[in-house]
Every structure is written in C-alpha cells, then in structure tokens.
Design a protein around this ligand. Structure first.
Ligand code: 13P
Length: 252
C-alpha cells in the first residue's frame, strides 16, 4: 500500500439514468466509511443529464463528478445539441474527460481537443486528457511517438498544467478484457511523464492514469507499479460491486 494519492475514475460513457444514483451512493458510503481509502480520490464522469441530479444527492461530497466531453467554444453559440465547459461547470462538474479514443475515432483531432482543453481550463474544470494507440500503431512500433504527438498536440504550453491529468488508454484494450503487460504499462507511463516534463519544461510530474479493461482481478497485477497514479475505469464503473472490488484489491 502506498501513501501517495491515487485516483479511481469511473467513465460511465452512455449509461445511466436517475435511478443509477444507487450505484454512486453505495460507492460513496463505502468510501466514506473506510478510512483506509483516505489516500484515494474517486471521480465519476457521468452523462451530462445526470451531473446536476447527482450533485444534489451527494450530500457529503466524497465522490467528485465530471463530464465526458464538451464543445470547444467558451461562450453560447449556434451549436445545436452542444454543451460547453462553462455550462458543465455550472451544472456541478469539477472534472472533464477530453480526447477519449471513442471521440477521436469519430473525428476529433489534436487541434480540436486542444481548444476543448483550453476552454475547460478557463472554466476551472480539471481535465482528464486521454491518449493511446490503436493495435495497428502498436504493432508498427509507433506507440511512444504517437503518445508524444498527442501530448504535444493537445495541450497549450502556457496553460495551467497542474489542472491536467493524463490518462493512458491503449485503444485495443478498451472493453476487450485484454490488458497490456504490466511491465509495458510501467515503461509507457514513465515515458509519458518524462515526455511531459521535456515538452513543457516543467519539473512537476503530471498525474498519469491507466485505463483499458481494468477490473477487480487484474488490478492486483498493476497495483505494485508506483508510477501509475490511478485508473480510468469504463465497464466496471457501472457496477458498485465491481468498482469497490477494484479499490479493495488495489489496497490489499
Ligand atoms: P473499459 O474499462 O470498459 O475497458 O473502458 C475503459 C475506458 O474507455 C475508460 O475511459
């Protein structure tokens, strides 16, 4: 077990309605009653339709809430169906996932993601910026250069870097029950941290999460890797038992 703050972030994707608060509530009760997990931060990035409702229900705010994407424009405008970062902040979000591979796959470029990151930071949201390679890119040996390109391309040098968390998610591992070899994860996370320090000429290491088929079993394989600052959890965050198992087994 470590004393360093660890992040357990749920990404609900397109899941949930008001009744799904029971999942969050169980996790919140577990978390508030277990002093062992004092060094962990739990964040749930839920659909926009649920943020305000959950925020009102979470009386003792142990669990923090986030959104999963936003429009890149800072102000209101003629963008049917869109919501900007400022609106999400006012709704009760403190975090926002940006650059998720599911959105990159439908056309989001680093340039667009950079504008979203800027807008989110201006709205005082903490950004969880996703980066990761496809299987093809991995097989071609392009993982590291691609990750560096995504970091460089999605973050403006002059911005508040301490409000940016990186999340490394190998795309081929998302929702497949296949996890990258723990030694590889360690190597890549170290690379991400050192690249960030070089690109932005800073001495403050970024927080880097790992995501992709994290569950209550494989968490034990990666919990000894101290370079991982936390986890971005998709499928398993839709069940209170599965999510709690991940935390319990992490600290075992
Ligand atoms: P899974 O945990 O379902 O693989 O999803 C990971 C993810 O995409 C989190 O952002």
């Amino acid at each position: 077990m470590t004393n360093k703050l660890k992040y357990f972030v749920g990404n609900w994707k397109m899941f949930g309605d008001f009744s799904s608060f029971k999942i969050i509530n169980k996790i919140n009760n577990f978390y508030s009653q277990n002093k062992t997990f004092i060094n962990s931060k739990i964040i749930f990035c839920v659909p926009n339709t649920l943020i305000y409702f959950f925020k009102q229900k979470l009386k003792y705010n142990s669990i923090l809430l986030g959104a999963q994407n936003c429009h890149h424009r800072q102000h209101y405008g003629p963008f049917t169906g869109s919501v900007n970062a400022k609106m999400l902040k006012k709704t009760g979000a403190d975090y926002i996932i940006l650059g998720h591979s599911e959105n990159r796959a439908s056309g989001e470029s680093d340039k667009l993601i950079k504008m979203k990151v800027e807008s989110a930071l201006k709205s005082n949201l903490t950004v969880i910026l996703c980066i990761g390679e496809t299987l093809l890119e991995k097989n071609k040996g392009k993982t590291l250069s691609l990750l560096k390109k995504q970091i460089r391309g999605s973050i403006n040098k002059n911005k508040n870097l301490s409000k940016i968390i990186l999340a490394y998610e190998p795309i081929w591992s998302i929702g497949t029950n296949k996890m990258l070899d723990p030694k590889e994860i360690q190597k890549i996370i170290k690379y991400i941290k050192s690249s960030f320090l070089k690109i932005f000429r800073t001495r403050k290491e970024p927080i880097v999460l790992y995501g992709g088929s994290v569950n209550g079993k494989n968490i034990e394989l990666i919990s000894p890797i101290s370079e991982i600052d936390g986890f971005l959890i998709g499928g398993a965050s839709q069940s209170s038992k599965k999510f709690i198992d991940i935390i319990k087994n992490y600290y075992k």
